[in-house]
Design a protein around this ligand. Structure first.
Ligand SMILES: C[S@@+](CC[C@H](N)C(=O)[O-])C[C@H]1O[C@@H](n2cnc3c(N)ncnc32)[C@H](O)[C@@H]1O
Length: 262
């Protein structure tokens, strides 16, 4: 999809969600304002760094399961973030080289990086990027249709992104609109930070105080409502470190699940 970005839109003085997350994940694509906001949160909730890194491990296991056991070859990763390690296309194409991945984000800096870094890692596969806000799911779907075949199953991913929308009904509408466009056998992968501890709630408050984009933490039972009408893949909605773990799970205020469209 043809997109252009106004360099003035990349403001290094204002903390950006994608760059703060990049900082917590151990990446280098962040500015002093992002690090200050990230540190303010980490001061009251040091586990945020663990959450960021565990979330990438969850992504690796979930995408690996979908590309491996489920045979999924098409992925839409909504709220991609800045490319770091083991991005969706690298995980999927390492298992099935023909996998096709559509990345979506609304941050202009992600757009700049996406062009450079998200080229396909294999000859057979393909990746593309749609610069869009998830509040406009039809724009996402139009962009995705340029590369994906919606007659075949698609994995739709919302990885730590839906808390930017405070209204759960709106969130469910967005997820539902995208899943409605996909055929039977498609999957939803979703994780999000949860309000399951006093420290994580305080961390979210610090984020707002330090100028970061507010993030709404929900309870696991609220996140579960995003999966209504879908069949949960075992073990269901659990702390992300407990989803088909490959190392000893550690407690974390973030729940995730994979579910299949019947
Ligand atoms: C916490 S990061 C998560 C990144 C990535 N999904 C991961 O698992 O590492 C949140 C990302 O969501 C993006 N984002 C926030 N609001 C968005 C929106 N309304 N539409 C699309 N992307 C959004 C941000 O720009 C940022 O890149």
């Amino acid at each position: 999809m043809a997109d252009s970005v106004d360099p003035a839109a990349i403001d290094s003085e204002v903390p950006h969600a994608a760059r703060i997350w990049n900082y917590w994940m151990g990446g280098k694509d962040n500015y002093a304002s992002d690090r200050a906001a990230g540190d303010a949160v980490a001061e009251v909730y040091p586990q945020i760094v663990t959450m960021a890194r565990l979330s990438r491990r969850f992504l690796v296991r979930a995408v690996g399961h979908l590309a491996g056991e489920c045979g999924i070859r098409q992925f839409i990763d909504i709220g991609t973030g800045l490319p770091t390690m083991q991005n969706t296309h690298e995980v999927a194409q390492s298992i099935a080289p023909e996998s096709r991945i559509v990345y979506v984000d609304n941050d202009p800096l992600v757009l700049v990086h996406a062009r450079a870094l998200m080229g396909s890692v294999t000859g057979e596969g393909a990746t593309t990027y749609v610069h869009a806000d998830y509040h406009d799911p039809d724009r996402i779907l139009d962009g995705a249709r340029e590369m994906l075949d919606f007659g075949k199953p698609v994995a739709v991913m919302f990885m730590g992104v839906l808390g930017y929308e405070p209204d759960l009904a709106v969130v469910r509408g967005i997820v539902g609109r995208v899943m409605d466009a996909t055929p039977s056998g498609s999957h939803l992968v979703l994780w999000d930070g949860t309000d399951t501890g006093a420290e994580v709630v305080e961390g979210a408050e610090k984020l707002v105080e330090s100028g970061g984009v507010p993030y709404v933490l929900r309870g696991p039972e609220q996140l579960a409502r995003c999966f209504e009408g879908l069949e949960m893949v075992e073990p269901g909605l659990v702390p992300i470190s407990e989803w088909r773990p490959d190392t000893a799970p550690v407690p974390i205020d973030a729940y995730g699940a994979v579910a299949r469209k019947p």
